[in-house]
Design a protein around this ligand. Structure first.
Ligand SMILES: [Zn+2]
Length: 309
């Protein structure tokens, strides 16, 4: 064994990536937490309640019944109709997005059950080109809505996006109307669409399907808007109020329907789907069965949630 091997091993053991993989710092209160612990808390800071950004897989695990998610249309891949080049070519950016995320687009779509209710689920991946909306993403949403109409199900879209994808220009902007038209047909069929907005949801996404939900739910503290705060301030020439474009501010102004904690998200969505589709979610039954000794707890939780939301 050469002496270099010893140094190689030593470096491996103390490498920054290994250490940082175990610890997470809360961006809000700066507390340092063990990764496994925060993972159990669904990536919500136990000290201050800050909702950290999470990846697609964690999001799906939190929302759906165990092992129920079946992905569709994973093979759909962007083309480059405009041969667009900015600092890098669009083709190169797509390649990098695929290498980084292992996905072909910024949307994962599929079918699942949520507390036993069959649902079409679409989740944006912010890690793939900032969760931007291009032709593939629009097509995947359309197909999810079509499947929902065929199977008489609801649609959930979880948005996390910087907006329309500039590298596809008008092709991208057209996805705003394409998705909106699809959701209008879903509404004509009397089927529900619940839009879950997560941090951040901006631009053409917030200006189309993300704010067309029968119910619009937002995670606490999430940034939701069209243009960024600085751009607006420069345009109107004055400062914006505290908390502008944050979930709680939007709720107060009536732009959204609910701010829901991540720990309550699955049950809330299942209950809403149950009401719209006239189906009873599994937890409703389970809650009643469990109610012997925990009635007071639920009562207390309910009171607190009323205050929070
Ligand atoms: Zn915190």
């Amino acid at each position: 064994m050469s002496i270099l091997d010893l140094f190689g091993n030593a470096n491996k053991k103390t490498s920054k990536s290994d250490a940082s993989a175990h610890w997470v710092k809360c961006k809000s209160c700066q507390s340092l937490m063990y990764y496994k612990e925060i993972e159990k808390q669904q990536f919500v800071c136990p000290k201050c309640g800050f909702h950290m950004r999470i990846g697609v897989n964690d999001r799906i695990n939190i929302l759906v019944d165990k092992d129920s998610f079946v992905e569709f249309d994973a093979g759909l891949k962007p083309v480059d109709p405009l041969r667009f080049v900015d600092k890098k070519s669009y083709v190169k950016r797509v390649e990098e997005g695929i290498a980084k995320t292992g996905r072909n687009s910024s949307v994962v779509s599929g079918e699942c059950t949520i507390n036993g209710i069959g649902t079409q689920l679409v989740v944006f991946d912010f890690a793939f080109m900032g969760g931007s909306l291009g032709s593939v993403e629009g097509e995947k949403i359309l197909r999810a809505v079509t499947r929902a109409m065929e199977k008489r199900q609801g649609v959930i879209i979880v948005s996390a996006s910087g907006g329309a994808r500039m590298q596809e220009s008008t092709f991208s902007l057209m996805q705003m109307s394409k998705t909106s038209a699809a959701l209008a047909r879903l509404a004509e069929e009397g089927l529900p669409y619940i839009s879950l907005l997560t941090d951040p949801t901006m631009g053409g996404v917030s200006a189309s399907f993300a704010t067309l939900g029968d119910i619009i739910i937002v995670e606490p503290g999430a940034l939701i808007g069209f243009a960024g705060q600085r751009v607006i301030e420069q345009t109107i020439g004055s400062a914006l109020p505290e908390g502008f474009q944050r979930a709680e501010f939007l709720l107060e102004k009536g732009s959204i329907d609910m701010v829901v904690n991540r720990s309550e998200m699955k049950n809330t969505i299942a209950d809403l789907l149950g009401i719209f589709l006239d189906q009873e979610p599994m937890t409703a039954t389970r809650r009643r069965e469990d109610s012997d000794d925990s009635d007071d707890d639920h009562e207390e939780e309910y009171k607190q949630s009323k205050i929070l939301y």
